[in-house]
Design a protein around this ligand. Sequence first.
Ligand code: ZN
Ligand code: ZN
Ligand code: ZN
Length: 313
Amino acid sequence: MSDRYCIRGCTVRGEHYAACPHSEQDYSGPTVCMGCVQVEARDAVLLCESCYRRLRRHLEDAADLVGHLRSIADPTKAAAYDRVRVQSSSIEIPAPVAADLIDASNDITTTLNMWANHVAGEDRPGAGLPAGVMADAAHHIVQLAVDVILEDLDALANDSHQIGALCDGVVVVNGGAPEVWTVADAAVRWPLEDSPRWAHAACPKCDLMAVRVQPGRNGRPARYRCSTEGCDWEANSNDDGGLWASVFAEPAPAEVRPHDPRWLTLVDAARLVERTTGTVRRWVQQNLLEPQLGRYWQDDVLAVAALKKGEAA
Ligand SMILES: [Zn+2]
Ligand SMILES: [Zn+2]
Ligand SMILES: [Zn+2]
């Protein structure tokens, strides 16, 4: 058994060492300990499983996120500077660009380029984004850096001189408009639309039916993440020997029993949640819903409707 603990000081909620003077049961003063038993590190790295997986996820998402920030920052990029308009006497000024978006995309790029340089053995500052860069070009720049970092992630995560700083630059949520934006800061403020589906099995940690499945993309494995408040469980389809890929696999089409009344037609699905058939079809296009042989699973339809209601609220 490894006796190495997560270098970020993670502890198990509600579990205390015998010597803990501030556990909930024996202590009623102002500094209650919520749990002091340290979480063991993942094999061969200095982070616990949950910190490691979160770091990896934010790195994997960084390029999409920066592309996303660039496209919200300047949706008119493609057409804003045509010559006719610039020559006219009343120059139309493009919609004001949120400085936070520019700062965030630039900070993330600078941080990741710096780490990519470091991994490549060159310790020099990372370049930011060129001014006015297009979203896809920004995505490309960040993806190049991320691929280099991910390739070396386990070595970095096993290096006590590096891993704290990498986590500080990527997974720490500073909140608000921080001095330097991390990937996690930006992901909180401008979340990516992941369009995941609900898993058909419970979360292994909190036991609730709250796991969201995001299909793999760009050669990345599929991802499973619990949406229960306070439960930080996540994994991808390669973790733990591929266990989760089978636990959260789609029910095979062969299991579709057309006579099961819970498999709804498009019209019935729309009627169930009081939406138009057009809306339900849009959910399919957004990969929120996946029909099997033209039928829609009732629980999935209800879950997506609840999700959309939550978004609109
Ligand atoms: Zn304690
Ligand atoms: Zn940890
Ligand atoms: Zn959970």
